[in-house]
Design a protein around this ligand. Structure first.
Ligand SMILES: *Cc1c(COP(=O)(O)O)cnc(C)c1O
Length: 219
């Protein structure tokens, strides 16, 4: 088998500043590809579909830390709660409450990131500035003791306009900093993918989610 994945992973890790966590996005990739990264020492993987994620969790080594990075429907939370390491795409208070409820039942505190809508592109998903303020001010976080909001996640517009991408990441960093003032326990700002992670890191990201630069293009 080729060692392309291990090689690209090693080069990428070498290039990341200290303190930046790499999430290897393995969606659509098979077990062999994931195991090549695993044997190279990598343990943090991201998937965006619940069924694919749970199936891979069942089959693959149990010390892998699985991140859910895609949109999550409330009725599927229960499948992830027993094992998920970080739910990155929490985009509504209702979803947060469901995770709290399921976490309580399972006896786990679930680490979450709030997905924030920063891109120009229309999207149904993600908090906007006002909704974040409301969540902070409303006090509901204080009564949810089975979720731990570790920080924020966002995606920039898919564009060649790097100034725009930079501006969008900077706007998320500003929101994260405001959140930190109210909740100093937060410690994760997840932004940056294969095409824009360097800009994201320059703008303050400490977690990048990278798929195609490690595993090759997806079909
Ligand atoms: C697919 C995906 C990534 C990785 O994208 P690449 O361009 O392959 O690095 C990162 N974040 C999310 C939310 C994704 O869905």
């Amino acid at each position: 088998m080729s060692m392309e994945i291990a090689k690209r992973l090693a080069e990428l890790k070498e290039s990341l500043p200290e303190g930046v966590t790499l999430v290897a996005v393995s969606k659509t990739k098979d077990d062999a590809a994931i195991m090549e990264a695993y044997r190279a020492g990598h343990r943090v993987f991201g998937e965006n579909r619940v069924q694919e994620l749970t199936a891979k969790y069942e089959r693959l080594p149990k010390d892998i830390q699985w991140h859910m990075i895609g949109h999550l429907q409330r009725n599927k939370v229960k499948y992830l709660v027993p094992f998920v390491s970080l739910i990155q795409g929490v985009d509504s208070p209702r979803l947060l409450r469901e995770i709290d409820k399921r976490g309580r039942k399972a006896g786990r505190v679930i680490d979450c990131l709030l997905q924030v809508h920063i891109a120009e592109e229309d999207s149904k998903f993600g908090f906007d500035r006002e909704e974040l303020e409301e969540l902070l001010a409303g006090g509901s976080l204080l009564v949810m003791d089975h979720v731990r909001v570790r920080g924020m996640m966002g995606m920039a517009t898919f564009t060649d306009n790097t100034a725009q991408v930079r501006r969008e990441f900077a706007s998320l960093k500003a929101l994260y900093d405001r959140w930190l003032e109210a909740d100093p326990r937060a410690d994760i700002l997840s932004m940056g993918m294969s095409g824009d992670y360097r800009i994201a890191i320059e703008e303050g990201s400490n977690m990048v989610r990278i798929g195609s630069s490690i595993f090759g293009a997806r079909d």
